[in-house]
Design a binder for this molecule. Sequence first.
Ligand code: ATP
Ligand code: MG
Length: 566
Amino acid sequence: MKMSCLLSPTLREDPSEAEVASHRLMLRAGMIRKLAAGVYNYLPLGYRVIYKVSRIIRQEMNRSGAQELLMPTLLPREIWEESGRWGVYGKELFRIKDRHDHEFCLGPTHEEDITSIARDSLRSYKQLPVNLYQIQTKFRDEIRPRFGIMRCREFIMKDSYSFHSSEESLDKEYKNMFDTYCRIFDRLGLKYKVVEADSGAIGGGFSQEFMVLADTGEEEIFYCESCGYAASRESAGIGEYAVQKNVGQGLVPCREVKTPDKKSIEEVSAFLKIKPTQMIKTLIYETEKGAVAALVRGDHDVNEAKLKKLLGAEDLRLADEKVIEKITKAPVGFAGPVGLKDVKIVADNVVPTIEDGATGANRKDFHLTNVAYGRDFKADQVGDIRYAVHGDVCKKCGKGKFAVTRGIEVGHIFKLGTKYSKKMKATYLDENNKEQPFIMGCYGIGVGRTAAAAIEQNHDKDGIIWPEAIAPFKVAVVPVNNSDEEQMKVAEKIYADLSTKPELTGEVLFDDRDGRVGVKLKDIDLIGIPTKIIIGPKGLKDGKVEVKDRKTGNMRLVEIGRIQFQ
Ligand code: ATP
Ligand code: MG
């Protein structure tokens, strides 16, 4: 490709809207252009990267035995009603009507459609397992589109769905996908961690996320320094705390203290001159099984997903003011477990270890101090109901402590089970000719987000440093002065010769633009081409050219006929 013909509108200045390196550099390198909030054009250089990421994904998915298909973007409301998600997906779903007033959505994910395909086309257990995938554009009306193509409203995703007649078969395919994802991200040259995750809106049972490690990542990753277990903040399991000896004895009797207008943990602990770690935070929830008071230490936060799981509740939400007043007989801000009735009390594992605690007195403008678990109150249930923090004990090994790092979620694999097949009555006939719902798995990779994550991990002050496998071009040929006939002749010959090598066909960029060499090299570095071949007067004297590596900055003088690539 001749650079004089390439549409790559590079920018000299940093665009002000870009908060992270990948967004800034993709704009500056002329790879993407914004059309609307969270909606982007991929210009030729950007699309070459997207294409290469997709190609690696496609190769490895095919190798894994999965079959590629293509589903529509336009999905009718009916199948979303069948799965029950039309009502619950919320504002993230783009909904539209056709000229006959039929409702559709723009697919944010394709469980419904693929389940309808399986329902129509897979009849017998003999046809299972099957894994079907597509690389396709998805639509999600994200509340806050940002970071360029990392979180946008229209984006390219690889999504696959597997169908099974047994849990063992699902486990096997899940492992197959796990290994496939590792091969994909290894080939992409990325550093990543696999973390245990919450299943979110897609639902189902077990799931894991592939996280590319980057300081700018939106997700916190908790990993055990001892056993290596890693999990998202949502799902990091915390080991039980050993209850201390003097728990329940209470050193000093519990007493009521006036705390006028002091409601928050910060206000009360400052007023009482105690640390937030001595406070017992009490939150009232409503569930379909009745009201619940959830207790956590003052500096901790309730993890509603964990609480829901522990309670076995389907529906859990914070109680409103009226309910809180009814249960605690006090305005919001003064709830505490002592003397609380008609409500189930659930305490986090740490709460029984708090000595000399302080908490709301269930009376306006009063708190209790010197509160002791076992003596002054007891929980109906004790368990892990909060978000992990740095230094917490790992649940997996029970010994190591959690450290925290940040990452970008690029892939997500789920064991869905029968969530969709049951709702949509998608069944096959088993060995005994009995109808059974399909057992399903689903597996996604964000193609654009993966490309952006590669930049977050690989860039410097001069621009992008693409991993070889997904660089838009592998080599750039740059004559120092293109009004110098000899330099141009040599450059053209190198360009032509390299382009005939199968591994480099279509992979060589020839910078035939007029202008100063310094400016040209700056552009090539910004775009992140792994290798530059620079043809200048000094080298040419000895029949040599400079071969420079983008990543290391190393330069070698190489004889013209001996330019080689690994
Ligand atoms: P997030 O928590 O970041 O919103 P998600 O859990 O909603 O992601 P999934 O439904 O698991 O994402 O989608 C599979 C993959 O699609 C994600 O791992 C991610 O790489 C990509 N992806 C999801 N949302 C977006 C988006 N708004 N823009 C770009 N890529 C996305
Ligand atoms: Mg999301």
